[in-house]
Design a binder for this molecule. Structure first.
Ligand SMILES: [Zn+2]
Length: 503
């Protein structure tokens, strides 16, 4: 019987559901059809696979060829099934023994010369295949890194002919893993670069320690963007699961692999799809590419309302659902949000020289563009002013590495939070927040009094409590006391109060 079944995988978000490539060689006039695929796509597949087989000095079967990709509801885009289709044709035409594809899955695009190329999302497919207990046949390019990341048995070859030879061998050679992955480690600016901004430095330390989202309001040139780019350098190495998810996301998006917490700063003119995910190929968006790291939204008020409103779901759940016509993709998006905005349209409100000419109505409209529920999820709101000119002339020591010293401490603090409550302080809510804070009755009374004097809403009070919990952690106190609450409440004040400096 001229029939062959070859295993492969499609892509749905970071998942890789299995696909069986069924190849049937029938009698009748020679022909080629792929079930459920348009004529033009079928012609492209035939062109690539036929050229690859002939260039590899193998025989193109002169039969009425029918190919089915089962289950049929999976999307069948791109060239990702070239390799399994070619191998199916070779097995069905007895050019390759059936045993050579047993308990194996195949991932690769074919060049016209028979070369095997990896595709976006290959890593997720190889990982799923390994978890299913199967070996994988893949392209040689990037195979060592993939072997390290999947810990699977991978058979790699540069082209179709070499792969066939390796598959026929009774003891195929598996790709060895590498001891260390060669990745680009990004370098972030050191904390010492922020001069004359003690409030900003303090806020960054608190944001890093408790994982809090941060909103900075201040005139242009006070170091908001610089501060945001310092933050990923303060974050400890990502947990293993997050690091693996980030690798898979980077592989699906086709960007350079990196194991350090990422820093993404999309422009406010970016489209909703490029930010949230779901371009024509349902690729992950900027918020997913910031998974495990920092997402900076500079000029927050310039972002379309629809974008800011959609941020609520990922901020709450840590993932984003991207809907396409045929499928729904789920991408992780657990990032630390850093937002920056000017105090008014001209950016000079609150300036000591009071050069701002914006009307109160203009300022109100400018700030109203930001959705309230989004603001509720940002624990730390700070207002910045221009530093005195003398601060800018202070030279920082050339070997200063405040960031790396602090990073170690942040790692210890975050571990402590996870041990105590199973999450970072940022994620505390309701009873879990009150339990973690262990407020004494006198502290509770003080907080109720302060909240009513400042007309704080319940959500707003909880935001300050979460920050106070982190401040207490930084002071190695298991109980949140009045000084921690005072500091948490003072963060939003326009000036750098004594309470903060005393901490
Ligand atoms: Zn103004």
């Amino acid at each position: 019987m001229h029939l062959a079944f070859v295993r492969s995988r499609s892509q749905a978000g970071l998942a890789a559901p299995d696909i069986t490539v069924e190849v049937h060689l029938g009698s009748g006039l020679p022909g080629f059809q792929v079930v459920g695929v348009s004529e033009s796509t079928t012609r492209q597949i035939r062109g690539r696979v036929r050229s690859a087989i002939l260039s590899s000095h193998l025989k193109w079967p002169d039969f009425n060829i029918t190919i089915n990709l089962a289950p049929t509801e999976q999307p069948k885009e791109g060239a990702r099934y070239d390799l399994p289709i070619a191998l199916g044709l070779l097995v069905a035409s007895k050019q390759l023994p059936e045993q050579s594809i047993e308990k194996r899955e195949f991932f690769g695009e074919l060049g016209l010369d028979g070369a095997i190329h990896p595709f976006r999302g290959c890593l997720a497919a190889a990982l799923a295949a390994t978890q299913a207990g199967h070996e994988c046949g893949i392209a040689l390019a990037g195979a060592s890194e993939m072997a390290t990341l999947t810990a699977g048995r991978l058979i790699a070859a540069p082209d179709l002919l070499s792969l066939c030879a390796r598959l026929r061998a009774p003891d195929p050679e598996y790709v060895p893993g590498v001891s260390s992955l060669g990745t680009d480690i990004p370098s972030y600016p050191d904390l010492s670069q922020l001069k004359g901004q003690p409030l900003l430095r303090m806020a960054l330390e608190v944001a890093a320690a408790g994982g809090h989202h941060l909103l900075m309001t201040g005139p242009p040139g006070v170091g908001k963007t610089m501060a945001a780019s310092v933050l990923p350098g303060l974050l400890p190495p990502m947990p293993k699961k997050t690091a693996q998810e980030l690798r898979l996301l980077q592989d699906v998006a086709g960007v350079t692999q990196c194991s350090a917490p990422p820093f993404r700063a999309p422009h406010h003119s970016s489209s909703v799809a490029s930010l949230m995910g779901g371009t024509a190929r349902a690729l992950p968006g900027e918020i997913s590419m910031a998974h495990g790291g920092v997402l900076l939204l500079d000029e927050l008020s310039e972002f379309p309302y629809a974008v800011l409103n959609q941020l609520r779901q990922p901020l709450e759940t840590g993932h984003i659902r991207v809907n396409r016509a045929q499928c729904q993709h789920l991408y992780p998006a657990q990032f630390q949000l850093v937002a920056a905005m000017n105090p008014c349209p001209c950016g000079l409100a609150g300036d000591p020289d009071s050069r701002c000419r914006c009307t109160p109505d203009q300022v109100r409209r400018y700030r109203q563009g930001i959705s309230g529920p989004l603001m509720d999820r940002i624990d730390l709101h700070i207002t910045l002013h221009r530093p005195s000119p003398e601060f800018l002339l202070i030279k920082s020591s050339p070997n200063a590495s405040y960031s790396s010293d602090l990073k170690h401490r942040v790692g210890l603090l975050q571990n402590h939070q996870t041990e105590r409550q199973g999450c970072l302080n940022r994620e505390l809510a309701g009873d879990a927040l009150l339990k973690a804070c262990q407020l004494k009755s006198s502290t509770e009374r003080w907080l109720i009094n302060a909240a009513s004097k400042l007309s704080l809403s319940a959500r707003s009070t909880h935001r300050r409590l979460r920050v106070a919990r982190t401040l207490a952690d930084m002071a190695e106190s298991e109980v949140v006391a009045v000084p921690h609450l005072k500091t948490a409440l003072s963060f939003r004040e326009a000036s750098f109060t004594d309470d903060v400096s005393a901490f």
